[in-house]
Design a protein around this ligand. Structure first.
Ligand code: ADP
Ligand code: MG
Length: 326
């Protein structure tokens, strides 16, 4: 859906801020770009919607080079959420959100309906918030409106540049959860920039770790955690999960806490999938999840549920954030 082929960006000083980057973001994927400040994340994002032109290489969306799109066509199909909240202060929430779809010529009635539905989705009752001004909302609420505004024109792609970085940890976590929930129903292609590995592990289907304008590792959360490509990845992970699994300060979770009761499938039992005890602790569980995509969980002789690698890892990452106190 979005592809980069040998993309380089040199600013005026001649240094490559992005250096020969090649990767692909799949349709409907939650793709996280992560790396230290100055590694080129924002530049990558802005080249996707041509706020910045690349110096060389090819960027394509749905197989078509971004340079071939009309600028409006491109921007309207790509929602953009920034860290700094950028709502127009003199306009109501509804007006802020409806701006782009109305510019696109969508019928007002349809726009109002979409806006109300989206406000509702992010936990802002439209009857209460529709006519408020941005200054009447908290930072977290304003950022929710930012997300709604980016989605209002129903773009295929959503670019988010450290959208939650300025929020306090509690608000931040709420918005992360809401975003995951929304993504479950809208299935956009999301490229999300962060410098926080815990946020990346929690949200990403895949994570692209950058340094100095290059990709250091691109993989699923579980690949990043269990097969870090080098010391840089390990160090970056260290901030999020304490470096190694025995220093994790792991939440007191067992396999049983993590099973997904809905997904139990008789075939897996028949196929002889690996089975672990319900009381298996997280530290040991991580080892099993590194080796197996799916694990059956047993209590006594009875199989009580299924653990799926990605989902279980996300759950565990989430528990870390909450300090493992539930
Ligand atoms: P990140 O978002 O990962 O912090 P950026 O993409 O903003 O990184 O920046 C990557 C590098 O490019 C940095 O070294 C930054 O100083 C440089 N850079 C960014 N924008 C410009 C610009 N407009 N002119 C010159 N250098 C820039
Ligand atoms: Mg940036």
């Amino acid at each position: 859906m979005i592809s980069f082929e040998g993309v380089t960006k040199r600013y005026k000083d001649g240094r490559a801020a992005v250096d020969g980057l090649s990767f692909e973001v799949k349709k409907g994927e939650f793709f996280v770009l992560i790396g230290p400040s100055g590694c080129g994340k924002t530049t990558v994002l802005k080249m996707m919607n041509r706020l910045i032109e690349s110096s060389s290489g090819q960027i394509a969306i749905d197989g078509r080079p971004v340079g071939d799109y009309k600028l409006n066509e491109l921007r309207w199909n790509i929602g953009y959420v920034l860290q700094q909240i950028a709502l127009f202060p003199h306009m109501s929430i509804a007006e802020n959100v409806a701006l782009v779809p109305e510019l696109m010529g969508r019928p007002r009635e349809e726009v109002t309906k979409t806006v109300d539905a989206l406000l509702y989705k992010v936990g802002l009752d439209p009857n209460v918030y529709r006519s408020k001004r941005p200054s009447e909302l908290s930072g977290g609420q304003q950022q929710r409106v930012g997300v709604v505004r980016a989605l209002a024109a129903d773009p295929d792609i959503l670019l988010m540049d450290e959208p939650f970085s300025a929020l306090d940890p509690v608000t931040r976590e709420k918005l992360q959860n809401d975003l995951l929930e929304i993504q479950r129903s809208i299935h956009k292609t999301i490229v999300f920039v962060t410098h926080d590995m815990r946020e990346a592990l929690k949200l990403g289907d895949r994570i692209c770790l950058m340094n100095g304008g290059k990709i250091v590792q691109l993989g699923t959360p579980s690949e990043i955690v269990h097969q870090p490509a080098n010391e840089f990845v390990r160090e970056f992970l260290g901030d999020a999960i304490g470096g190694s699994t025995d220093r994790l300060g792991l939440p007191p979770l067992t396999a049983e806490d993590l099973i997904d009761p809905l997904e139990l499938d008789g075939r897996l039992i028949a196929e002889g999938a690996v089975t672990i005890g319900a009381d298996t602790e997280v530290s040991e569980l991580l080892w099993h999840l590194a080796a197996e995509e799916r694990l059956l969980v047993r209590r006594g002789d009875e199989v009580i549920g299924l653990l799926e690698r990605e989902r279980a890892l996300k759950r565990i990452a989430r528990e870390f954030e909450e300090g493992g106190d539930n």
